[in-house]
Design a protein around this ligand. Structure first.
Ligand code: SF4
Length: 374
């Protein structure tokens, strides 16, 4: 089975782990996609659902790792490939001077990404009528797996250690949306300033579009190298149903903000996360991607994962065929526009672990090379 197809299948169905403690801790709760475990397949590290309802009945199994850390991936007794689990990061052993374990401040995502949610509360999460239906930002906080507000000093300390001990190469800073018109830009800027003063680490900031476009230059000046403003859903009815609070910021405002941010951060350094499988038709997702790519924005399309404990925990994930029909033309669109995951300085598009998109990009590039050689 081609690697892109296998990753698509694993991300849609999830996997059953024969050894549930293989690899380091899985990501549960928190902002954005969750309930995953990192697996490396054919050199690509991807996040695969393991704690979701579909994963519990997945036809895919990952066997217990052998002495060298390799596991076999199988379906119906047929071995489809090999996988390995990234090791537990060394920085997880450390504790700040004020007694907070480093892993409560930031965690390892994928293979080499340090990820943190600077503010673990969100103005949209206070009421079930406003909350994004897929989000679990409050769950990890309620379970004591993180702290509410990571200070700039704590983030700088952890980032420095993660680079030194675990070879982390970029950092994702996301945030719940605080009250106020900057929508999180201000705390991202102060956090980035502190991290950059401690260690030379490319940073992606992720927030809703602030009301004032002047924040883009302020964030860039503070040390944020690339910016994520996440649409999640691309049509007004799906946005209103799935994310009633966040949908109050209109699609028009998102696109105005993209147009204002690209000249500040550069073409391909502004990205948006789109969750496929929430109700938007593939044609609508591809049409939105075309508009984004024309602006120089990288659309990172990922399969929706139904996180346990959220209102969407029983919503089915998209099928592998649905993802394939989006990711294959999207990879070609990105190639044609000269936008590449590998050129992004920091963030989810660069990491790529939550989607098979970068594998499709790699396949599209290889196909172009063969065609040129023929
Ligand atoms: S793509 Fe983003 S959310 Fe997914 S593992 Fe990578 S950094 Fe984390």
């Amino acid at each position: 089975m081609p690697t892109a197809q296998l990753i698509n299948e694993l991300q849609s169905y999830g996997v059953r782990l024969v050894d549930p403690i293989a690899g380091h801790e899985s990501r549960r709760g928190g902002a954005g996609p969750s309930d995953h475990k990192a697996l490396t397949i054919e050199g690509m590290t991807v996040m695969v659902p393991v704690h979701t309802a579909p994963a519990f009945s997945s036809p895919y199994f990952v066997e217990k790792p052998d002495a060298s850390g390799r596991s076999r991936v199988s379906r119906d007794g047929v071995i489809l490939g090999e996988a390995s689990f990234p090791r537990r990061p060394r920085f997880y052993e450390l504790v700040t001077a004020d007694g907070v374990p480093y892993w409560k401040i930031a965690v390892l995502h994928g293979r080499d990404v340090l990820a943190t949610t600077v503010l673990q509360t969100c103005v949209r999460y206070l009421s079930r009528t406003k909350t994004c239906q897929f989000c679990a930002i409050g769950q990890s906080l309620a379970a004591g797996r993180t702290i509410e507000r990571k200070t700039p000093a704590q983030l700088a300390e952890v980032a420095k250690a993660a680079v030194a001990l675990d070879g982390v190469t970029h950092m994702v800073m996301t945030t719940g949306t605080p009250p106020g018109r900057d929508r999180g830009a201000a705390i991202l800027a102060e956090s980035a300033l502190a991290v950059k003063a401690a260690v030379d680490l490319p940073i992606q900031g992720q927030c809703e579009p602030p009301d004032d476009d002047g924040w883009f230059a302020r964030m860039k000046h503070a040390g944020i190298d690339s910016l994520g403003m996440h649409l999640e859903a691309v049509t007004p009815p799906v946005r209103a149903r799935i994310m009633p609070g966040k949908a109050q910021v209109s699609l028009d405002r998102y696109f105005e903000a993209f147009a204002a941010a690209v000249p500040v951060f550069g073409r391909g350094q502004v990205s948006t996360y789109i969750l496929a499988g929430l109700g938007d038709a593939k044609e609508a997702i591809l049409a939105a991607c075309e508009k984004l790519v024309a602006l120089g924005v990288y659309p990172f399309v990922v399969p929706f994962v139904p996180i346990s404990g959220t209102p969407l925990e029983s919503h089915p994930p998209p099928t592998p065929a649905f993802m394939h029909e989006i990711l294959q033309p999207l990879a070609r669109m990105l190639r044609a526009a000269g936008l590449r995951a590998t050129d992004i300085k920091a963030g989810c598009g660069k990491c790529g672990a939550c989607s098979a998109l970068s594998t499709y990009e790699r396949d599209a590039a290889e196909r172009e090379t063969w065609e040129a050689a023929e």
